[in-house]
Design a protein around this ligand. Sequence first.
Ligand code: PEP
Ligand code: MN
Length: 363
Amino acid sequence: MKDNLLNNITPLPFVMSCGSTPFVIAGPCSAESLEQTLETARALKSIGITVFRAGLWKPRTLPGTFEGVGAKGLEWLRLVKHETGMTVATEVATREHVEAAIDAGIDVLWIGARTCTDPFAVQEIADALNGHNEIAVLVKNPVTPDLDLWIGALQRIANAGVTMIGAILRGFSHYGNNYYRNVPEWQVAIELNRRYPHLPIFCDPSHMGGKRNLIAPLSQQAIDMGFDGLFIESHCSPDEALSDKDQQISPQELKNIVNSLIIREKNLSTETLEVLRQHIDACDNELLNILSKRIEVCRMIGTYKKENGMQVVQTNRYDTILQKCLNQADDLGLSREFLKTIMSAIHQESVRQQIEIMNDNAV
Ligand code: PEP
Ligand code: MN
């Protein structure tokens, strides 16, 4: 097996954050015409945006909707780069897209959520990128919250010799209506960051929220969680956009949002914080000890059940425990949802341990 080259990436040269404002990549969902592309790019440039995004090949969910202008838009992006000096980015989904984008001098490619879900497609893109370490590649999360699938896609790109790599959290698909177009599941990106601390991770609040009014709150959350920047759809006439109209904002609206975001101190530590963190560490220790004690008792019950031919899962008993906990939620200042999640995880582990005992011939 090859070394994991994802551990040896280089910083993205175009990421610039100037202290009081976050780094933002912005541009229309789709390049629709030369005029719309240039007008949007000029307006974004004037508000301080340095990296311009625009989709040319649009993998839409349903056929029959606008599917992008294709390769002819590469010339428009080249003109944006030439006229404004901005770094330009577009989405690729096939070998042909990669080759055409490289020929046109595109600086940054991104792999969309649907494409990232398919290792065959990602490998085809990686093969087309082989040895092109002058180009940066950003990989969006796959549509399902499968961290290994996301990491696998990032590794395929790294293994092709690309060294400028980043990830974009754009949220995950779900069935039925949801407040978000794609549920954020922040914890997936947090775990990616824990495993690859040097990998830059951006947040795409446009595809996450699916609505203009969710861009500001989602962006603030992303910044508070330490994301390296934002990836936002902006169109010179958002109401007339041919794709993703409900989530696109004008460059002026983008400017207002960016100016309203609060950047907080990253690594600030004070004496008070240190003392509080010691309390947290002590609480964590207590929690772990109590969990270990609970599992011990649970294994004793498992042995008893085995000796007496009783079945492991007794739903009534679990339901009683759960109800008792939930009744205490308000007094404890804990949400019912949280208690449900914790108790269900504890119960699941208890059942697993007792089943282990049932199947262990030595016991
Ligand atoms: C996009 O960024 O325009 C796009 C198609 O996004 P996603 O892959 O997140 O749906
Ligand atoms: Mn879009």
